[in-house]
Design a protein around this ligand. Structure first.
Ligand code: CP
Ligand code: NVA
Length: 312
């Protein structure tokens, strides 16, 4: 019988490294049971969504996850609140803390998220910053586990920009024993302190490597993963980046050098013909729709855990 993950109750999730390996694996297990309809957590509380960037998957999966718990959601659009008119974050955080039970924030600066968490006692969840996207990685790991029946010992290769998704993948894969290889152009590598943190989390259970060579990085990998070449807020850099990132495109010839059973993942939204070809994204190896669905189940498990839901 599930009781939720006791140690996650009341906790913030600012970085994937805030959780330990056992908490991440328990969260995946709970999400799998929720997905299979084997457990039904109940928690009639209120989630606030404070997103200063666009979102389809994260916004809708958090909302549906909360509704399925019997709770409610308030969309705190910055243009409809005083946030967009410059009310200090510290003041907004202290006020929202008095109304809401949990708050998911999507913004640019990681420090803004940290400030919210300092001033609000309710759980504050990172729904994407320029530094990290931890909730995405729970869905990615569940998708890997479903495809291969295990996590430990698999190798995942991420190709593209070494920013938020790559950072959280480094930490998440290292935590659960997935070998992680990151291949980026030389000026787009992940932050070295995150790479070092991932190496520390992986210990001698799994490997963490960063390279500029996409061919070397995909050899024998069980999963190839990519993300847009220009993230939200970088749209004006997009056309300049295309030739720089072209060698990192996931296409049929790169995929042919991965493991024979390799799957393809993408956090979405995708730009067909840039970071991934339409043929690969729509092909038999692609698991991107399962991956997107798993955002719902993993975030429902996360909300149930941080809110201390009742389980039927
Ligand atoms: N993958 C992801 O976070 O998608 P959205 O930007 O649509 O939320
Ligand atoms: N790196 C992308 C991820 C989108 C889900 C961005 O930040 O826009």
């Amino acid at each position: 019988m599930f009781t939720g993950i006791e140690t996650l109750k009341g906790r913030d999730l600012l970085s994937l490294a805030d959780f330990n390996a056992s908490e991440v694996l328990s969260l995946l297990d709970l999400a799998a049971h929720i997905k299979a309809g084997q457990v039904k957590p109940h928690c009639p509380k209120v989630l606030g969504l404070l997103f200063t960037k666009a979102s389809t998957r994260t916004r809708v999966s958090f909302s549906v996850g909360m509704y399925r718990l019997g709770g409610q959601v308030i969309d705190l659009r910055p243009d409809a609140t005083q946030v967009g008119r410059g009310e200090p974050l510290e003041d907004t955080a202290r006020v929202l803390d008095r109304y809401l039970d949990v708050l998911a924030i999507r913004t640019y600066e990681q420090q803004d998220l940290v400030t919210f968490a300092q001033y609000a006692d309710i759980p504050v969840i990172n729904a994407l910053t320029d530094l990290e996207h931890p909730c995405q990685i729970f869905a990615d790991l569940l998708t890997l586990q479903e495809a291969f029946g295990r996590l430990s010992g698999l190798t995942l290769t991420y190709l593209g920009d070494g920013n938020n998704v790559a950072h959280s993948l480094l930490l998440g894969c290292a935590l659960v024993g997935v070998n992680i290889r990151i291949a980026t152009p030389k000026d787009y590598q992940p932050l070295s302190d995150i790479v070092e943190k991932a190496k520390g989390l992986a210990g001698d259970r799994s490997s963490v490597s960063v390279t500029t060579d996409p061919v070397e990085a995909v050899a024998g990998a069980h999963a190839l993963y990519t993300d847009v070449w220009a993230s939200m807020g970088q749209e004006d850099l997009a056309s300049n980046r295309i030739p720089i990132f072209q060698p990192y495109q996931i296409n049929a010839s790169l995929l042919a050098q991965a493991d024979a059973d390799a799957i393809v993942l993408h956090c979405l939204p995708a730009h067909r013909g840039e970071e991934v070809t339409a043929e690969v994204l729509e092909g038999v190896r692609s698991r991107v729709w399962d991956q997107a669905e798993n955002r719902l189940h993993t975030q429902q498990a996360l909300l149930a855990s941080v809110l201390g839901a009742q389980f039927e």
